[in-house]
Design a protein around this ligand. Structure first.
Ligand code: UDP
Ligand code: MG
Length: 319
């Protein structure tokens, strides 16, 4: 019989995991001929998330737990879940019920009918403001302008991936990872299905992504998939040089040909400020890449984890 792993990353989601488990179990009961494992990845939560999923594991042997020793972030949490998942397909979902379990049976059915990747498209997100939506749209526009790997907008991490592609994804071992980008990189042209859905509000608690974290994710996403910003630094430098040359030319013409010397400070301050800004931006961009190289060359393990199985499973694997 085919099996499907459901990987749920949870960071301080004590108010959500039990409700998600209930809703998910109800949906899984409607699917025939498939074995499920429900793999919670506790991303170093400081609240009662771990004890709650342990309680769920006591009553349901399908529940497995990957306990990360500290908070490693959502992308690494999903990676850890993927590493431990044993299913013939893996479904990724958030713990806050913004990825409604009601779509899981449909995902599994599409997979059984031959789809190898089932994506979801968020046609609306009830929880986000217009301003946030505008920022997200602009971000994806800039990202896709700068990157060779096109990453579609509004495609959340709620998706099913067949074992074949899970194994491809496991071959990427960069520290700094963006699942959406990696998936776009390996995306086949066929056997991909998309389910549209409206994301509801979080069931409980608040989003873990504040403005700074989102900005960091945006910068990371761009630098991971493109070296175009480095070219941009060169163009900025060239543009700066052209402007200051033009300005210099203007000053010379005014002084020696038109005998009308321009008052100095304003021009000088503007020119120096402009060149300074161009240099800082360029250094910043180069710094981003060097920082990444610095982190990648160390080849540290991605995470530190304990795998917690139900007692029956443990006995079976010891035999
Ligand atoms: N998450 C995680 N580690 C983190 C931050 C978030 O595992 O460091 C999980 C979180 O528990 C949730 C999912 O990632 O299940 C998405 O996070 P969140 O709901 O805060 O993001 P949003 O939906 O607001 O984009
Ligand atoms: Mg959420």
């Amino acid at each position: 019989m085919k099996s499907v792993s459901i990987v749920i990353s949870a960071y301080n989601e004590e108010g959500n995991v039990a409700a998600l488990y209930e809703a998910l179990s109800k949906e899984l009961a409607t699917v025939q001929d498939v074995l499920f494992e429900i793999l919670f990845v506790d991303d170093g939560s400081s609240d009662a998330t771990l004890s709650q999923v342990q309680a769920l594991q006591k009553k349901d042997a399908r529940v497995k737990i990957v306990h990360l020793k500290r908070n490693f972030g959502h992308e690494i949490a999903m990676t850890a879940g993927m590493d431990y998942a044993k299913g013939d397909a893996v479904i990724f979902m958030d713990a806050d019920l913004q990825h409604p379990p009601v779509y899981v049976p449909q995902m599994v059915q599409l997979w059984q009918e031959g789809a190898e990747i089932v994506l979801t498209k968020r046609v609306d997100n009830v929880a986000t403001s217009r301003f946030y939506k505008f920022c997200a749209k602009s971000f994806y526009y800039v990202l896709n302008l700068l990157s060779d790997t096109k990453i579609p907008e509004s495609m959340p991490d709620f998706r099913l991936i067949d074992r074949k592609y899970v194994d491809f994804l496991k071959g990427f071992n960069e520290q700094d990872r963006l699942f959406r980008g990696l998936l776009s990189w390996i995306m086949p042209h066929d056997k991909v299905k998309v389910i549209n859905f409206v994301a509801p509000e979080r069931f409980s608690g608040a989003s873990k992504y504040n403005f700074i974290k989102s900005l960091q994710l945006a910068i990371n996403s761009i630098t991971q998939f493109s070296v175009r910003p480095l070219h941009l630094a060169t163009y900025l430098g060239l543009a700066g040089a052209a402007c200051s040359l033009g300005l210099g030319f203007y000053v010379v013409v005014e002084r020696f040909i038109r005998h009308n010397p321009t008052p100095g400070y304003a021009t000088i301050v503007a020119a120096v400020g402009f060149i300074g800004a161009v240099q800082l931006i360029s250094l910043g961009i180069i710094g981003e890449y060097i920082g990444k190289i610095h982190l990648e060359v160390k080849k540290r393990p991605l995470y530190l984890a304990d795998f917690m199985e139900n007692d029956d499973d443990k006995k079976a694997s010891e035999k």
